[in-house]
Ligand binder design. Sequence first.
Ligand code: ADP
Ligand code: MG
Length: 189
Amino acid sequence: MKGGVGKSTLAVNLAGALAMRGPTALMDADAAIQTSGGWIARGAIPVTLLEEGAAIPAGTRYLVVDTEGRPEIDDMVELTRQSHVVLIPTAPNSVEVEATAKLLRRLEDAGANMKTIRIVVTKAPPVGSVGQAARDELRAMGMPVCETVIRRYTAHERAHEQAVLVRNTQDSRAENAWGDILSLTVEVC
Ligand SMILES: Nc1ncnc2c1ncn2[C@@H]1O[C@H](COP(=O)(O)OP(=O)(O)O)[C@@H](O)[C@H]1O
Ligand SMILES: [Mg+2]
């Protein structure tokens, strides 16, 4: 029930990057916390905020769904059947990497469409290679993992405070942080 792995932060910035390619909507399916919904509602990010279960506006090219902290496995399976890509963020530490590996096995057993799933390493230290090592470890386990590693920058926290995309924060590392988002956007597209 509190700040987690970075789903909402990624959802908003990814939606902002996708909006440069075509009309984009975001659905915040975390009813209790509403991090991404509040972020979009407070700011001037050119992404349409949709209520959970609302119809997708005609002409929408990209729909980003931000999930709650621990979604039911059945809801995740449903998402894999209805989405082109399901991103599962993980922090680059052994606790999270193991939990992510277990989650993927559970999803497979529950009949998820595994072709849609990509793990993405988030909140990686910008210095050193901990993030890359976690990515490579997951890959060696046979997991589908994005090449892009999302690094940990305070710019991401500033972005939420200021209700902007991370590229629009007045932060010396804003460009690095936005670069990660753009790189991930290219991968998922
Ligand atoms: N790449 C990042 N770098 C630094 N801080 C981050 C990053 N991603 C998320 N955070 C911070 O981590 C906390 C949890 O992020 P959030 O996106 O709300 O996670 P979730 O939606 O998974 O609960 C917030 O304080 C957020 O600012
Ligand atoms: Mg969230």
